[in-house]
Design a protein around this ligand. Sequence first.
Ligand SMILES: [Mg+2]
Length: 225
Amino acid sequence: MKEILIVWDIDGTLINSGGCGRDAMEKAFYKLFGLEKAFENVNMAGRLDAMIVEDAFLNHTIMDADKKLFFDTYCETLKGILEGKDYIEILPGVKNILEHSSKEHNFFHALGTGNIERGARIKLEVHDLNQHFQVGGFGDDKVERWEIIQRAIHLAEVVHGIKYMKENIYVIGDTKLDIECAKILGIKSIAVATGSYSAEKLAEYAPDYLLESLEDQTEFLKIFN
Ligand SMILES: [Mg+2]
């Protein structure tokens, strides 16, 4: 029996968030600084919230911004948005995978996301997914994305009292950034084309495994045999 750790990206991998993160950031920025569409020229896919927000501050030459206040406003706005509309869709097959218990392997799931932790938990709450993720690495601080994954692995090992073998650790995500993190850390990558990258585009970054979606559970589980 293998001890398998899967570190999950959120947007485009577990859920389609319908742009609620961008929407909440724009609204929070407007509330605090009276500026509309402040994130128009900021790339968000696969990036850390801490860096996304810093880019927006820089673009508008806001030098002494209170990041904590910004993220408080963002979370409050995000909650409000998600109460009002069915923004978030759980992606096909995700629930089956998370609820799957295997006789062959022990699966443990962690988060590895550019979202700040509070934002991630608010998004996952909508479909009651937090129960599957005890620990994770998040985009609260300005670090490299691979450091977030490393943190998720470390916390998973602490919680389980296990040292996972590198070949049994998988990063699953929808952008080249997720694939690159896995390569840097010497662990496996599973790229899934349910987010902002097509399968052809993801293939250019040579993930260990490439799936159109997570809908076919048999295909997904084959990875671990
Ligand atoms: Mg993503």
